[in-house]
Design a protein around this ligand. Sequence first.
Ligand code: ATP
Ligand code: MG
Ligand code: MG
Length: 350
Amino acid sequence: GATIGILGGGQLGRMLCVAASRLGLRCHVFEPGANPPAADVAHTVTRASYEDAEALRAFAAAVDVVTYEFENIPTSALDVIEEIVTIRPGRTALSTSQDRLTEKDFLTGLGLKTAPYAAISDLASLRSALADLASPGILKTRRFGYDGKGQARILTPDQADAAHADMAGAPALLEGFIEFSAEISVIAARGPDGSVACFDPGENVHEDGILRRTTVPTSLPAALRTDAVLIAARILNALDYVGVLGVELFVTTGGLVVNEIAPRVHNSGHWTQNGCTIDQFEQHIRAVAGWPLGDGQRHADVTMENLIGDDMARLPALAATPGAALHLYGKAETRPGRKMGHVNHVTPLS
Ligand code: ATP
Ligand code: MG
Ligand code: MG
């Protein structure tokens, strides 16, 4: 069987390994950090830095294809790997999504709606962008932000100085605040032959910038759900994408607004593990391994709830709850804000 190389050994890498092993494939995980959750289930783990070109070459030579569980892989590491083996999803998807400015330019270039935005280099550019916006905004670092980290809300112009100081000199982007009635996401897949399959959109609730729960089906009209899927397919095709992509959208009175994209399996797609015959992890492995995409039809209503930090105290009760499917990441240490696992509350469609 083939061996899949995975950059990153967090919970997403772990669940990719589990899906690959069900298909008789092996996974070789590359991860600089100690005690990666994926190490329990990977066939091979290389623990080395992304600066270590020798280790990267050995890793690339030992696998048939390379994929990743996070988008912030250093360009230099990708260059070394790509001389030896194919990276899926490809470099365009990575370079587009590593920088919020590049990503927004790409999305608006496709004719899709995003929040109004402006690149911010210093306090003066922030002040003038705020004046242009004439409404509340969110200042975000262009790179490396996740779970709402690297963001500052600006409700009134006098909050500009503090928000700018929060960015600590990092290049930033100001976004206009979107008044949304709901947040949804589409988990979409594309194979090397260009075939596309999307999971049913899920409705997401965030707390403190972190995803709290995802529910399928959404309460949205069918036309909007179709719109969301068509938007995701347009993004996949424009990137000549291979693998699973997460697209986060705001539902507004003016239609759907794209928040951001993630070139990987996505937290808001975890419901598929218990709601579909083929889940997002297997779908991603199938795409990068060149298999046909699987049947992602939904066969249950599901609410996925993240287990964050102290939520783990509820484990005994959850383990005894009918219809609750637990997925734990094997992380030894609980910390506030740390994703420890998730639970899918499942109601089969009759
Ligand atoms: P993720 O962990 O999903 O990668 P992130 O750190 O990249 O998160 P965003 O998705 O940009 O952050 O923002 C986190 C949340 O903040 C969004 O899901 C949404 O609830 C809110 N938010 C972000 N941008 C806007 C906006 N322009 N208008 C209104 N709300 C916003
Ligand atoms: Mg993000
Ligand atoms: Mg997000």
